[in-house]
Ligand binder design. Structure first.
Ligand code: NAP
Length: 322
């Protein structure tokens, strides 16, 4: 039987591309440019397996592009860029890469918390601009983290890993909003307080960090009303998905000092960054670096590969989401 045809939409770490090529008839994206919607739709008729990333929009129209693809093996844990319902309706399986990027993404959440609370971006910009006039007792004062409340919105893998770092490493108190209470052992370990009501969590937190998936249910979850519920000295951190935050509302809250600051890794229409944020000093802006370590990106490729191999061998898919 001919080897299954696999399309990998962006460059992966070399070691995993090599492993994939050993087993399958693979097309790699040598130029590493984003594929157009038309190219993705055409791929549906030409390949057995599609391996997209968060930078590809696999919408219902793309999925209607052809009948050959039987597996969409996403390189990443979030899959809100894939029309999962449309895939399911056509009998296409969808898999993701959970777990292997938890630590790296939690590290970026802590990076943003520290940068925002300690005004690190502002300080670096000042220094590079030659505007630093030297040490003084009132220069760029930020906020201490010890004994402050970190409110996690969504308490899954990355939310919990972020809480562990903040609590054990920085002495923060942990509160979380979720649809159900966490495992009692985790609650005990972190002294984590459960808030079934988002507004109450926002009002109780000094730092709010978002860890729910993107998509319809969480679209603009943090808008005007949510920002108004936050403490005036609080920080908003988003390493989850851009669509969870109404960025016009966030920019207004930051500009007017209604919250102290924000740290963002993700945006609603990447790679565009909402223009109104670019001129604000009290927001840290990272270019979607959550899982960007060599080790993690290799592990993500291996995890996607394990799903493609399982599919090719007719085995149950380890990370099936649809
Ligand atoms: P996870 O373990 O599935 O955690 C997500 C949590 O959100 C779950 O506990 C889930 O609770 C909860 N949740 C889902 N929908 C909710 C809703 N409507 N209201 C309240 N809670 C809700 O996923 P993860 O591995 O932690 O990843 C979380 C997200 O981070 C991903 O979906 C992805 O978008 C993002 N991410 C970003 C980067 C980056 O590079 N910045 C890297 C990795 C991941 P239930 O048990 O109630 O479903």
């Amino acid at each position: 039987m001919a080897r299954p045809r696999v399309l990998v939409t962006r460059r992966w770490p070399e070691a995993v591309e090599r492993q994939l090529a050993e087993r399958f008839d693979v097309t790699f994206n040598e130029a590493d440019r984003p594929l157009s919607q038309a190219e993705l739709a055409a791929a549906m008729a030409e390949y057995d397996v599609l391996c997209p990333t968060v930078s590809d929009r696999i919408d219902a129209e793309v999925i209607r592009g052809g009948d050959r693809v039987k597996l969409i093996a996403n390189y990443g844990v979030g899959f809100d860029h894939i029309a999962v319902g449309a895939a399911k309706a056509k009998g296409i399986a969808v898999t993701n890469t959970p777990g292997v990027l938890t630590d790296a993404t939690a590290d970026i959440a802590l990076t943003l918390i520290l940068m925002a609370a300690r005004r690190a971006g502002e300080g670096e910009r000042e220094l590079r601009a030659g505007a630093w006039s030297g040490w003084r007792p009132t220069h760029l004062l930020g906020s201490s983290l010890k004994d402050k409340v970190l409110g996690l919105v969504g308490f899954g893998r990355i939310g919990i890993a972020t809480a562990r770092r903040a609590h054990h490493g920085f002495g923060m108190k942990i509160a979380y909003y979720a649809r159900r209470e966490t495992d009692p052992e985790i609650a005990r370990e972190l002294g984590a307080e459960f808030y079934p009501d988002l507004t109450a969590l926002l009002g109780a937190s000094d730092v709010v960090s978002l860890h729910v998936p993107g998509g319809g249910e969480t679209e603009n979850l943090i808008g005007d009303a949510a920002l108004a519920a936050m403490k005036p000295g609080a920080y908003l951190i988003n390493t989850a998905r851009g669509g969870i935050v109404d960025h016009a509302a966030l920019a207004a809250a930051l500009r007017e000092g209604r919250i102290a600051g924000a740290g963002l890794d993700v945006y609603p229409a990447e790679p565009q960054v909402p223009q109104e944020l670019l001129g604000l000093e009290n927001v840290v802006l990272l270019p979607h670096l959550g899982s960007a370590t060599r080790e993690t990106r290799t592990a993500m490729g291996e995890r996607a590969l394990a799903n493609v191999i399982a599919w090719a061998e007719g085995e149950p898919l380890p990370d099936r989401v649809a």
